[in-house]
Design a protein. Structure first.
Length: 225
């Protein structure tokens, strides 16, 4: 998890993964409620940190960044997908697509088609205008984040059908900028080194335990003989 976060520290719109801990009590502790019973932290599950990344101006009109809660929507191969990565591009036919080539969704479920030879503007509400005409409006949605799951390639999918997406309230689009990853590279690197050292320490402890067991068996054999 930490290695994947570090690898995506420069990926636009990437949301880092973190772990959720609970306490482990050995089964042999039984129903004891004594405060002296030893407990150990154990990773129960991972969760996604949706906090925003820093916006960086790029000057590319196809680069869009979101401020506030919300996600861009695209037409995925098996249904809508959602992302904070606004690094878009135009196909030869003028269709606005994501980095993987999935068409960007417009309000109402359509697509955005532009003329590559003419400049265009994207308003704060996602309205796309070209040649003084409204081409469409980007579909920017928000929903309970517990209903999202990572799809891969920096996309999210809806995992809970009971939480349909709704129009993102307060979200604003910034043209010519990209939202960076929210991964703290230094923090993740330090944590990764710490995990590696703990692994090495536990590995040495297991090796030492095995050596002690073998030595005990050998000593018992000598006494018996």
């Amino acid at each position: 998890m930490l290695a994947n976060n570090i690898a995506n520290s420069s990926t636009a719109g990437y949301k880092s993964d973190r772990e959720l801990y609970s306490l482990y009590v050995a089964p042999e502790a039984g129903a004891e409620t004594d405060a002296g019973v030893a407990t150990l932290p154990v990773i129960q599950k991972s969760w996604t940190d949706y906090s925003p990344g820093i916006q960086t101006p790029t000057g590319n009109p196809l680069d869009l960044a979101l401020s506030g809660r919300g996600f861009f929507a695209v037409h995925g191969p098996n249904g809508p997908l959602y992302t904070r990565n606004g690094s878009f591009q135009l196909t030869s036919s003028g269709t606005l697509t994501g980095a993987e080539g999935y068409p960007v969704r417009a309000v109402g479920g359509g697509t955005i088609v532009l003329q590559a030879s003419s400049p265009f503007e994207v308003g704060a509400d996602g309205t796309v205008r070209q040649n003084q005409q409204t081409v469409g409006q980007l579909e920017i949605v928000d929903f309970g984040q517990d209903g999202l799951g990572k799809q891969g390639a920096n996309y999210f999918r809806l995992t809970d059908p009971s939480l349909p997406p709704a129009q993102a309230a307060g979200a604003q689009v910034q043209q010519g900028a990209l939202e960076g990853s929210n991964v703290g590279s230094a923090e993740s690197a330090v944590r990764l080194v710490g995990v590696m050292r703990q692994f090495e320490m536990l590995q040495k402890a297991m090796t030492l335990g095995a050596q002690m067991d073998r030595q005990a068996v050998e000593e018992v054999a000598k006494v018996s003989s």
